[in-house]
Every structure is written in C-alpha cells, then in structure tokens.
Design a protein around this ligand. Structure first.
Ligand SMILES: Cc1ncc(COP(=O)(O)O)c(C=O)c1O
Length: 416
C-alpha cells in the first residue's frame, strides 16, 4: 500500500518499479488512496473494539448498531451455543492440529455432520474449514477437465475459484436468466458432464433465484445441480433449509453448499447431499484433505446452533418483519434499493458512486450505524452499494432508529 507516500511522489514510485509483480495492483492502490485522500475513514478497515451482542458493538469508542453482519439469526451470543463451545474447549483443547482424514476428526466433527443431516433431512454431510473451501473443494473435485459448468454470472468468488481449480469449461449466463441458461445448456456437446451452479440468495442485491424453474431446465438437460444456500440457511424456507426448500425443489438438488459463518454464527463450511457415492469425496477432495479441521469449540458451537435453528420459526418470522420494515422505510425515504420488494435479510441501498457511497457510509457510522460498503468487483454492474443485513435480534424499535439514521445521513450527503 502507498500509505505514507505523498500524492506528488506516488506516480514516480509506481513507474520506477517496472518488473515489480505488485504493479498489477496500481489501479486498486490508486482508487483506495484517492478515497482516503478525500478525508473519509477507511471503510474496509473498521475495528470492532468490543462486541456487546449480535446487534451492537463499540466502534471508535461509540455504541454502534450492527446492520452489516451475516449474523442473520443472532446465534453468536446464544447462551447454549457459548456453553457448548466452552465445554468443548475444556474437554478437547483449542485445536485439532490435523486434517479430517488423519488426526483431525473428533467426536464433535461427526456430531456436527449428524446435526446437518438432521437439519436438511439428507443422507450425507461433509464439513469444511470454511464455506469458501466447501465451494472450492466440491466444485473442483466433481467438475474437471472435459466437464462443463453452467453458472450465474453473479456467482460468489468461491464458486468461480472452484471452477478455476477444477479446470472444467465454464459457461456463465446472465443473472437469473432462465432462457439464457437453457440456451447455454443446449450448446454443450452430447454426453459431456454438466454441472449447473446457482445460489439461493445473491448476497450483493439480496435477490433470490427462481430455483424451481431453473432446476427444471437443468434436469431437462441432464445436468447435476449445486445450490449455494449460504445466505438463506436458517432463515428462508419452512424449516430454514433455504430457497430450494421454500420453492419445493430441495429433493431435486444434488448438492447443497452452506456455511457456518452466517446464520449458524461461527465459522466453517459444508456440503449436504443424497448422492449414493458422496462419501468418496472425503478421500479425493483436496481442500478437505490438505488442510486442518475446525477447532473442537467451533464444531460444538455449530452443532448446537444448527439444532436450535431447527426450532426457530418465531425468530424467522421476526426477521422477515425486520426486513419488510427496513425495505419499506428506506423506499419511502427515497433511497434506490436492490430489489423492488424484500426477498431476503439483505437490503441493498444503491449509491450513485463510490465517493458518495463512502461519504454515506461514514455519515452512518458517525450516527452510530455500521453497514457494509460494497463495490466492484464484488458487486454486479459496477455498482456501489450500502448493504444492510438484518438480524432476528434487531428489535422493531431498532429498525425505526436505523431509518432515522439513514434519513439524516442521506440528507446530509445529498443522496435523498
Ligand atoms: C454465496 C456464498 N458462498 C460462500 C461463501 C463463503 O463462506 P465462508 O465465509 O464460510 O467462507 C460466502 C461468503 O460470503 C457467500 O456469500
């Protein structure tokens, strides 16, 4: 980074170092520096000095409402979850120091896989150290050279990286466009292996996929289907199994990918499936084999949280209320939102550009509200977004307070 280099010196320093492999980052360095030179706080470097609850933290010495976490179901401070983690720490130590296929499978790893099988009512569950690794591992292992992956262009980075690692032919289609997906599938040579990859909720705009129609098309072409339900697990669907459950097509999904880092409230990733040969993946999936397994405290918290999420209908209902209240309120204030109606726990507020997005982000932080500032390449169509993600632990009064903060900040920055 060029911190400490003055505006006048910078171009010279960058030019001098030809052959420096870091030169490829110059454009990013420049964008970041321009933002910081404008005097705003670094939106990508905020420190939470103390976390008080799933919805509150001390940031810059100030009590701040958190509206930019993925803690959808507010499980991070659940007393049963915390007690399970402490117990596991005492009984099994701080870490496994090994791979799942060597010394890194403890009773707790088996138990969290059992909890996932119960949660999804599926035959198999495999736990990875992160959701990123679950996508990386499953996709690259099942779709290799000569196979075809047809995927939504707005797919998460971990999906793209899984495709790249496996060396399959990658065929993207326009976001949520059923016809485009159908056409791409129709052009794949007869007899080739085909994997369609979709997400339940797309995390940038918070919109959902028409999985029912898309899975029907995929199956008509004889493709296997993988659905990443990272942002829907625990919340969407009658049992919180995700968008595929909500649309009544979970039984047609070959592989569901998920994460513990959102509704479950800890860290880790997983894949669940009914495929009869699924268990072989434990021996051939490199991002599962060649990395250390999750610490005992983490799998214990995950298992407890997942089992509680099976009986969280009231929390799910309140989270929907929060999402509707925030979406409706922001729309009424005149903000441009990522979706016409609330479709998930994510409400994306579209900013005119990065500069004003950063100003708005900072104005909200000064009000005592944390949201995510998202920008390309993470966002679609070059958009700058203030991404709000709601939690089942936000009270209705807190959502009203949040709307007041948005109104004041939006007027101060000139966005509404
Ligand atoms: C759709 C999707 N898949 C996978 C992941 C990776 O999850 P994890 O944080 O467990 O690595 C994310 C994380 O943001 C995501 O949004």
């Amino acid at each position: 980074m060029t911190e400490g280099i003055s505006q006048a010196e910078r171009p010279q320093v960058l030019e001098e170092k030809t052959g420096d492999l870091f030169n490829k980052f110059d454009a990013v360095i420049h964008t970041r520096q321009t933002l910081l030179d404008g005097g705003v706080e670094d939106p990508f470097g905020l420190v939470m000095e103390k976390v008080l609850s799933p919805t509150r933290a001390i940031c810059n010495g100030r009590d701040t409402i958190l509206l930019g976490t993925y803690n959808y179901m507010g499980m991070t401070f659940d007393p049963d979850v915390i007690a399970a983690g402490k117990r596991a720490l005492d009984e099994f130590g701080s870490g496994t120091t090994g791979s799942r296929v060597l010394n890194g499978t403890y009773a707790g790893h088996r138990d969290v896989e059992r909890a996932l099988r119960e949660f999804y009512a599926m035959d198999h569950a495999m736990v990875f150290s992160t959701g990123y690794q679950a996508n990386l591992g499953i996709i690259s292992t099942i779709a290799g050279k000569g196979d075809y992956i047809v995927l939504d262009i707005d797919s998460h980075a971990s999906i793209w990286d899984g495709c790249a690692l496996g060396n399959a032919e990658v065929v993207p289609f326009k976001h949520n466009d059923i016809e485009a997906m159908d056409k791409r599938l129709g052009r794949i040579p007869e007899g080739a292996g085909k994997l369609v990859i979709l997400e339940g909720v797309y995390s940038m705009l918070g919109d959902i996929a028409p999985l029912k129609e898309m899975i029907a098309v995929a199956k008509r072409h004889g493709a296997m289907v993988l659905v990443d339900e990272a942002h829907s697990m625990g919340f969407i669907g009658p049992n919180g199994r995700g968008v595929a459950e909500d649309q009544g097509v979970l039984d047609q999904v070959d592989l569901v990918i998920g994460t513990f880092s959102k509704s479950v409230g800890t860290v880790g990733g997983f894949c669940v499936s009914n495929h009869p040969k699924f268990e072989i993946l434990r021996l051939v999936c490199r991002p599962y084999v060649f990395t250390a397994s999750l610490p005992p405290s983490v799998v214990a918290t995950a298992a407890t949280s997942i089992r509680k999420l099976m009986h969280s209908g009231a929390k799910r209902a309140h989270l929907w209320e929060n999402s509707k209240r925030l979406h409706g309120g922001l729309k009424a204030l005149g903000f441009t939102l990522g979706t016409e109606v609330p479709q998930s726990a994510i409400v994306a507020v579209i900013m005119p550009d990065l500069e004003r997005g950063a100003m708005m982000w900072e104005a909200l932080l000064k009000e005592g509200l944390y949201v995510n500032l998202a920008r390309p390449p993470a966002t679609p169509a070059g958009m700058t977004l203030l991404r709000c993600s709601l939690c089942a632990e936000h009270s209705s009064e807190e959502v009203e307070t949040i709307l007041g903060m948005f109104e004041r900040a939006g007027k101060a920055v000139g966005i509404i």
